[in-house]
Design a protein around this ligand. Structure first.
Ligand SMILES: Nc1ncnc2c1ncn2[C@@H]1O[C@H](COP(=O)(O)OP(=O)(O)OP(=O)(O)O)[C@@H](O)[C@H]1O
Length: 243
């Protein structure tokens, strides 16, 4: 479903990704882990067409990502960010946020679709006309997830989707993502610092360091604390006892 080959990305004179390659099968949940600045978010941005200076090949659902990917193609890939305040307009209601993708893509039955999506993400219908600041962090993240799913994408790119939330709320959102993935046969590409999140939500992971993939492994290898690379072992040591 996602194929990345030899992806190199530059910001000005600085190369931040060096020949990154990995593949994610349909329905799979794949994590990108690694220290801050290793280039994890840049991979998501490149797949979403938000990076200008790149080389290599990327494809989603068999369609190559190009510098001018079409709107129809973009609808197949949606992003969810760490901080839903960043992605939700402060003066637009939940209803606005969920209706907007439908309006842009000329889709009908907006009322029914918005209500069905509120139900799908476990947000009571009474929140429909609230503003983001009238919601809790977890509720806002449910809205951001709902918005990302409005166009029935095949792939969700998740950038630290729970790291801004309280621990108890993190578990709720992780459970929600797990359920939605199964129900909607989604493919996940997830950026996180949090190895327990990988263990809970993912099938495989790639370990990044300084813009390079140093290891790709199955989640059983992570749970068995058997990552092969030196850096993978360092990451495991930093969360001793909790993976
Ligand atoms: N728009 C930008 N312009 C210039 N440099 C950037 C830009 N965005 C990211 N970078 C740099 O690219 C490198 C990779 O950043 P990226 O955000 O992909 O890392 P990350 O692994 O996701 O880090 P974090 O976990 O902190 O989000 C970093 O050195 C960062 O400073």
């Amino acid at each position: 479903m996602i194929q990345v080959d030899d992806l190199t990305v530059r910001y000005g004179p600085t190369t931040v990704l060096h020949n990154v390659s990995f593949a994610v099968a349909q329905g799979e949940s794949f994590a990108l882990v690694g220290e801050s600045g290793s280039g994890k978010s840049t991979i998501l941005k490149a797949l979403a067409g938000q990076v200008d200076d790149w080389s290599g090949q990327m494809a989603v659902g068999g369609q190559r990502v190009t510098r001018s990917s079409s709107r129809a193609q973009a609808a197949q890939i949606q992003m969810v960010f760490q901080d839903p305040y960043g992605s939700l307009h402060p003066r637009r209601t939940v209803d606005d946020a969920l209706s907007e993708p439908l309006v842009i893509h000329g889709l009908s039955e907006r009322d029914a679709r918005v209500l069905a999506m509120l139900d799908a993400v476990g947000l009571a219908r009474r929140f429909r006309f609230r503003l983001p600041h009238q919601l809790s962090g977890g509720q806002r993240q449910r809205v951001a997830i709902a918005r990302a799913l409005m166009l029935s994408p095949k792939v969700l790119l998740l950038d630290e989707p729970t790291s801004a939330l309280d621990v108890s709320v993190q578990a709720e959102i992780l459970n929600l993502l797990k359920r939605l993935r199964a129900e909607q046969r989604l493919t996940f590409l997830l950026v996180t610092h949090d190895l327990p999140v990988v263990s809970f939500l993912c099938d495989r992971l790639a370990v990044l360091r300084a813009g390079r993939v140093v290891e790709t492994a199955g989640v059983a290898t992570l749970r068995g604390r058997a990552l092969a690379s030196d850096y993978g072992r360092e990451l495991l040591a930093s969360c001793e006892g909790i993976v």
